[in-house]
Write a protein that binds this ligand. Structure first.
Ligand code: GDP
Length: 366
């Protein structure tokens, strides 16, 4: 699962990416972390892991991770091949969701490609390029489907939908606001893998003085919020520069002190990573023992055998039962023994849908 960081040049993408990957140094032993300098593996912060590690005296702790990709600057005209144009768009096609960095900070020393700070104009510039690229894809597809549908009636339904989608986009609408009427349409739509259908988080990059009130007095942040609300996307107010400074601090204590001095309770990065994980539709179930305490990433809605398969394919093949307790139940009772006495440790079968924070012990045949 990958998130792409996009935005115009000089909005703070690399600064954000660098602080993300520094903060994620824990995950630096992942092999692909070093292959491509634009891809970073980042640990998903999860306080539950620290608590369980202490409780079980685990030798190591393994957090969930997600990947971020720093996608080189998009400029006006990219869909026509300007700048890194097509390369940029191809990179975005490969990600599962987008973090769209929007410049909301004023700084005369950092030039803006369009000469002034205007968050709404910037968002529209980027989204229009993405929309142009999608329209090109759909025009090609539609002309092909429409031709084939003359011979093959089974294709008519899809051709009709493609036409509707094209009309929707030509009116300036993103694919994500297109209404799908049934399961067939959902399946066609998924296959197109459109850029403007991908989930987005807008990261409003501000000066430090805008952090304490979450950008309430910054009109560029307000404009981002209004825009995002219309398409149902989330907005995070963040200062890439501050995050970079935090990520350079050596110890947890120093970080806490720094945050407190800024009047903040949590680093913006932690919030952004957690929100990105959620945006991807991901949750974590946990395993804990003397060897390790670990978070395992699954898609929301995953059933117990497939969740077990994340640990080992044998676990899925030979799945018998899952012994499950929720993290909250365990905490409320203080120990596994106490929780068991109250019947809070459940035996779940093949149809059980795993929940976030489930602590699981799988029973399986080898
Ligand atoms: P990119 O082109 O989008 O990757 O932008 P960079 O991350 O390279 O940032 C461009 C410039 O803006 C750099 O000089 C950064 O130090 C600066 N910058 C990034 N974030 C902030 C911020 O929150 N406040 C200020 N004042 N400058 C920032």
């Amino acid at each position: 699962m990958k998130l792409g960081i996009v935005g115009l040049p000089n909005v703070g993408k690399s600064t954000l990416f660098n602080s993300l990957t520094k903060a994620g140094a824990l995950a630096a032993n992942y092999p692909f972390a070093t292959i491509d300098p634009n891809v970073g593996v980042v640990s998903v912060p999860d306080k539950r892991l620290d608590v369980l590690t202490k409780m079980y005296n685990s030798k190591k702790t393994v957090p969930a991770t997600i990947e971020f990709v720093d996608i080189a600057g998009l400029v006006k005209g990219a869909s026509k091949g300007e700048g890194l144009g097509n390369q940029f768009l191809a990179n975005i096609r490969e990600v599962d969701a987008i973090v769209h960095v929007v410049r909301c900070f004023e700084d005369a020393n950092v030039v803006h490609v369009d000469g002034s700070i205007d968050s709404l104009r910037d968002i529209e510039t980027i989204n229009l390029e993405l929309l142009f690229a999608d329209m090109e894809v759909m025009e090609r597809r539609y002309s092909k489907t429409e031709r084939s549908a003359r011979m093959d009636k089974t294709l008519q339904k899809e051709a009709a939908m493609q036409k509707r989608l094209l009309d929707h986009m030509e009116a300036g609408n993103m694919a994500k606001t297109f209404e799908l009427n049934d399961e067939d349409e959902e399946n066609y739509f998924k296959e197109y893998n459109l850029l403007t259908a991908k989930p987005v988080i807008y990261a409003a990059n501000v000066e430090d003085e805008d952090l304490a009130d979450d950008g309430a007095n910054n009109k560029n942040v307000q404009a981002v919020r209004e825009y995002a609300a219309k398409e149902g996307s989330e907005v995070f107010v963040i200062s890439a520069q501050i995050e970079q400074e935090i990520s350079e601090l050596e110890s947890e204590e120093e970080k806490q002190e720094f945050l407190e001095a800024m009047g903040l309770s949590e680093s913006g990065l932690d919030k952004l990573i957690t929100a990105s994980y959620r945006l991807l539709g991901l949750i974590s179930y946990l395993t804990s023992g003397e060897d390790e305490t670990r978070a395992w990433t699954i898609k929301k809605g995953t059933k117990a055998p497939q969740a077990a398969g994340k640990i080992h394919t044998d676990f899925e093949r030979g799945f018998i039962k899952a012994e499950v307790i929720s993290y909250d139940d365990l905490m409320a009772n203080g120990s596994m023994t106490a929780a068991k006495e109250k019947g809070l440790v459940r035996m779940e079968g093949k149809e059980y849908v795993v929940a976030d924070g489930d602590i699981i012990n799988f029973r399986f045949n080898v």
